[in-house]
Design a protein around this ligand. Sequence first.
Ligand code: ZN
Length: 301
Amino acid sequence: MKIEKIGSRGTLFTFEEPESLLGEYSVYLIEGSNRLYLCDTHLGPRSMDPIKEHLRTQGLDKPLVIFLSHSDWDHIWGVSAFSNPLVVAHVFCARNVMQRGPLELQRYASYQNGDVTLVRPHLTFDSSILFADDGVEFVYTPGHTDDSAICVDHQDSVLYVGDMVEKPLPSIGWHDLEKYIESLEFIGEQRGQVIVSSHSGIVTLEDIEDNLDYLRQSQEMVEEQSPEADEDRDHLRKLYTLLLYEDAIANTIGQGFDYASFQRQLWQSLDMDYLTSISSLLNNVDYEELKLALESFMVEL
Ligand SMILES: [Zn+2]
C-alpha cells in the first residue's frame, strides 16, 4: 500500500495489485479538528486494516465520518470494518445500497475482502452537506452514477471525486450523460484544487477535459441510429440501453421496485446467468435481443 500526505491534513491510501483485485484504488482520509473523514472503503473490512492501523499508530481517535462517493460495491463494502462511524451519502446512494447491494454482494462475491455486511448510510443529503466546523463539504455531482457525490476539503483545497474522473476513460454507470458532463464541468471549474480520484490517483484538468471529450463522443454514439456498430459502440449502446430502461422501469414501479428480481427476470428471459458480472453479460448479449427483452419487460408492467 502506498501512503501519501496531501495538503496539510489529507492522507491518500492507494491499494495496488495484488492488494486490490480491481487494480489501482485509493481511499482518502481528512483529519479535521473535530472529526476524521474517510472517503470510500474499498472491497471489505480486511481492506480497511491498514487504515485502522494508521489511525492507531497516529493516535487518531476522533469520531469517524465515512463518506460514500456513490453506491458501487467497490466503494461501500469496507464500511462495516468500523465500530461506530457516521456514514454520510447522497439520498439516492442510501436507497441504492439497500436496493442493489444484496445482489451485488452475490454477483461480485469473489471480490469480497473479509466478511462484508452492508451498512445503510445514516445521514443523507440532497444537494450538499457542510461540516462547517471542519470545513469539509459533500456535494452532489450526478454523472458516473445517479448517486455520485464529491468531498470538498475547503481548508486544503482538495477535491475527492470518487469515480467521476478516471484515466484514460470515464466509466459510465448512468444513462444521463448530459448530467455527467455538467458535473464534470463543475468539477473542472474548481480552480486551484488538488483532485483525487478513486481509480486513477491524483488527476488533472487535462484528464477532466479528456473525460469530457469521451462523454460528448459517447452522447453522439448513442444518439446515432445507424445499424452498423463497431465493438466499442456496440458495447456502449447495450450499456446505455440497459441503464435507460432500468431507470424507466424503476420509476414506473416506484417504491416496490425490486432490483434483484428485475435483473433475474431480465437475464433469465435471455437465457443468461444473472449472477454473472454486468460487463460479461453485456459482452455476451446481442443488442437487438437485449432491447427487445427490456421493451417486453416494460410492456408487462
Ligand atoms: Zn469504483
